[in-house]
Design a protein around this ligand. Sequence first.
Ligand SMILES: [Zn+2]
Ligand SMILES: [Zn+2]
Ligand SMILES: [Zn+2]
Ligand SMILES: [Zn+2]
Ligand SMILES: [Zn+2]
Ligand SMILES: [Zn+2]
Length: 245
Amino acid sequence: MPPRAPAERAASKSESRHNQFWYPYRCEHPGCDKQEGLLKCGACNMAMYCGADHQRADWPAHKEECKVFKRLGLRSTFYRDEDMLAAYPLRPSRLDSNARVRRPSAEEAPQCPLCLKSNGEVAMTRTQCCGNALCDTSGEYVLMSYSRDFCERSHDRYTLCGYHGEERECDKSKDWRECPRCLSFGQLPDRLWRGLNAYNFCPLKSTDVPRHSRCDRCDGCQRLYMSGVEGSAFSGGRSLCPRCY
Ligand SMILES: [Zn+2]
Ligand SMILES: [Zn+2]
Ligand SMILES: [Zn+2]
Ligand SMILES: [Zn+2]
Ligand SMILES: [Zn+2]
Ligand SMILES: [Zn+2]
């Protein structure tokens, strides 16, 4: 097979949903609540601005994370809370109910919302945490591979929704998006990763997504990175980026 052109390789890399993140549709400049006619930062294609003035004013705060987003080839799925709450209304955790008794039909779930494979092409199931339909391919997961290509496993392991209800402190009468325990989970960048990665059916409410908070700062080199995407190591009380461990 001939080697693929660089452009093609770049395109398929940027298509990976592991690099895809929910991003609130709002101006990134703190204090600005404009949600219309926004323009993307041309460097990272993640942050949005109401205009050149706010983009310029926000640049000192955005500059360093912008480089990280660009380096990692991240892509955004922009959302408004009202749309997400309409599509996925708040409801109690389903962890105690047996949500998996029935396979979702093709009418109920034409495709897996996470990987977009069609019902029939893959078998479908429902998650225990939220009861949402998704593909049932976890049986193919190779132990210790830590592959994130398996929707059910990734949703269960890498999202707050999957985590919600497993902790005694969780308020199971609430949706994970309103559970005090889930909303204070771990360090902020890790929490945002777990609430906004592409293994989620719906994202954290934007009011729980502080601006300029998605990156971790390495205790070694002091540079920004994203532990959820790149990995991190904890050693001697310090959390380190992959360059430093
Ligand atoms: Zn603005
Ligand atoms: Zn940017
Ligand atoms: Zn899937
Ligand atoms: Zn769930
Ligand atoms: Zn919870
Ligand atoms: Zn480092």
